[in-house]
Design a protein around this ligand. Structure first.
Ligand code: PLP
Length: 546
């Protein structure tokens, strides 16, 4: 029997094991390709979608990583024997490491649940000898490089060029108190902070003499501040947010003893406005603090400010008894810079992250789209909201208007530098356009491989079937139930996304070959986003970007 015949038989046999159904041998494709040693290698694959939805056709465990010759409509999938080592170890820092070394390095900095027998109080174990300190920090740097390369799950842009900040790390820069009221503590970066605030006030359209805000610790702090400011305006209010809101929003309600009304979400993750109307009626007579999502955490859905305002107006709410917060942790810096063509003729929401549209507060994280190397953020509001909350503190010689006391002055410099390095709005527009393009590319290659997947309008968050734990851990994916996502950020280029998808498919195939099931996520993303794919109002173009 020829080698080709042998391989085809073996693939057919394996498919039958995986999907419990015989796959016609005519569907199995083979191709001879050059291997790394200069010889040739036989590659084999099947159309995954055709081989009964549910089969992952990674069959060539010994083949090198090469692009497959793809029969329509699905590409055969090719597995690389050495790919695991490559994807694990091939970082900018270390291209020749063995898998064992990479794993050892990662484990060294993992949190140890079992910390040994020593339950005493001695600090002696903490101290390391001189050489050990350097060695540990060197290893840690390599660990960080590896983990930075293999990061896709959280909305963090890991591309920051931070050397420029090095001279300032020797200073304890603290903007304690209000950014606009200089404290007696002189080692601060208020000049940078105020310039950053001016920038955000301009993009979110509120005049300089009307706004107030500050550099926060993170998006969560922006949500906390906004909601407590809402309560200062409306002490008897109810806090409305959708079930897809970030956990910090209902947490703010709990912290500040504000009753929280969770509104149902649509399949896409966007607020269900019918349910919102229903709940407004149920709580008639109580003022409303409404937190709307400018990009939900899991599915990247954007709530419609117009729908929220129309529901409020229809229920006799006015500006006097409402307070609207925009949680724009990621997309507060994405929507304002998206071109209309990128959101397929539905641009109205691009312009809603704006004080001109009647919102009271907007918050964003600084380490997400902007890519600052420390957690940080910005919150902007109207001056009048700050005034209800402000208290003078003699000891500070500043005003207590913020949630925190001490505030990281390095963060304001980092945000200022990030905006300068990006050339302000032009750079942000370029980043946003790249992220939209690459998100469509990722959706396209997942769908070509027959993976149930979904990308919301106005979003770069690609949602798909949750892979086995090894893949989740390797790529630091964020998962909820049966779904996982990749948030496509400026630091995710198409080569990295392709390497991820190859590894993802390999993990899924191995899982299937070992008898594992495939998650059915039609209930989470809609049947039209599961194979066989049909166009729907929520699904985006499946063709890879050029
Ligand atoms: C919608 C949304 N809001 C708030 C946050 C919290 O932001 P941070 O992690 O900066 O506190 C996140 C984090 O992912 C988020 O997705």
């Amino acid at each position: 029997m020829s080698l080709v015949q042998d391989v085809v038989d073996s693939v057919a046999h394996q498919c039958a094991r995986v999907v419990g159904q015989v796959v016609p041998k005519s569907m199995i494709t083979t191709a001879k390709v050059a291997n790394e040693e200069g010889g040739t290698q036989l590659l084999t694959g099947i159309g995954i979608g055709l081989a009964v939805a549910g089969a992952y056709a990674y069959m060539n465990k010994a083949a090198p990583a090469v692009a497959a010759t793809a029969p329509a409509p699905f590409s055969p999938v090719v597995v690389a024997g050495k790919k695991d080592v490559e994807t694990e170890a091939k970082t900018e820092a270390s291209s020749t490491l063995s898998l064992a070394t990479v794993r050892e390095r990662r484990n060294r900095f993992a949190v140890q649940i079992n910390r040994g027998d020593d339950t005493g109080y001695q600090c002696s174990h903490f101290l390391r000898s001189g050489g050990e300190v350097e060695e540990m920090l060197e290893q840690y740097e390599l660990y960080l490089k590896d983990r930075t390369y293999h990061h896709l799950g959280y909305p963090y842009n890991l591309e920051f060029k931070g050397e420029i900040l090095a001279p300032f790390l020797q200073f304890s820069i603290n903007n304690l108190g209000d950014p606009f009221v200089e404290s007696n503590y002189g080692v601060h970066s208020r000049k940078f902070e105020l310039e950053v605030l001016d920038f955000f006030a301009a993009i979110w359209k509120i005049p300089r003499d009307e706004f107030w805000g500050y550099t926060t610790t993170c998006g969560t702090e922006g949500n906390l501040l906004s909601i407590i400011y809402g309560r200062e305006k409306l002490p008897d209010a109810v806090l409305y947010c959708s079930k897809d809101s970030h956990y910090s929003v209902p947490k703010a309600g709990n912290l500040f003893r504000i009753p929280v009304v969770l509104v149902e979400s649509q399949m896409s993750g966007e607020m269900d406005y019918d349910d919102f109307r229903k709940k407004l009626k149920e709580n008639a007579g109580k003022p409303a603090i409404v937190s709307i999502n400018i990009g939900t955490t899991v599915k990247g859905a954007v709530d419609s400010l117009a729908e929220v305002k129309s529901a409020l107006a229809d229920n006799d709410f006015t500006a006097e008894n409402t307070f609207i917060h925009c949680d724009g942790a990621l997309a507060g810096l994405l929507l304002p810079f998206a071109g209309e063509s990128e959101v397929a003729n539905s641009a109205s929401r691009l312009f809603q992250v704006s004080f001109e549209k009647g919102v009271d507060t907007i918050s964003v994280s600084g380490h997400k789209m902007l890519g600052c190397p420390m957690p940080c953020g910005v919150v902007i509001t109207k001056k009048q909201h700050m005034k209800r909350f402000a208290k003078t503190v003699e000891y500070l010689n500043s005003t207590d208007t913020t949630i925190m006391g001490s505030r990281n002055g390095q963060a304001s410099i980092a945000m200022w530098v990030a905006l300068q390095q990006k050339d302000g709005i032009e750079g942000l527009k370029a980043d946003v356009s790249l992220c939209f393009r690459n998100a469509r590319y990722l959706l396209g290659i997942l769908r070509e491989a027959g993976v149930s997947s979904f990308l919301n309008k106005y979003s770069t968050t690609v949602v798909f079937e949750r892979p086995p734990p090894a893949c989740v851990k390797r790529w630091q994916l964020a998962c909820t139930g049966n779904i996982a996502h990749v948030v496509v950020m400026p630091s995710c280029d198409q080569a990295k996304l392709k390497a991820f998808v190859d590894d993802y498919l390999q993990c899924m195939t191995e899982h299937a070959l070992a008898g594992g099931g495939r998650p059915d996520i039609a209930g989470e993303i809609g049947a039209e986003n599961c194979p066989p794919f049909t166009p729907s109002k929520h699904s985006r173009s499946t063709s890879p970007a050029p």
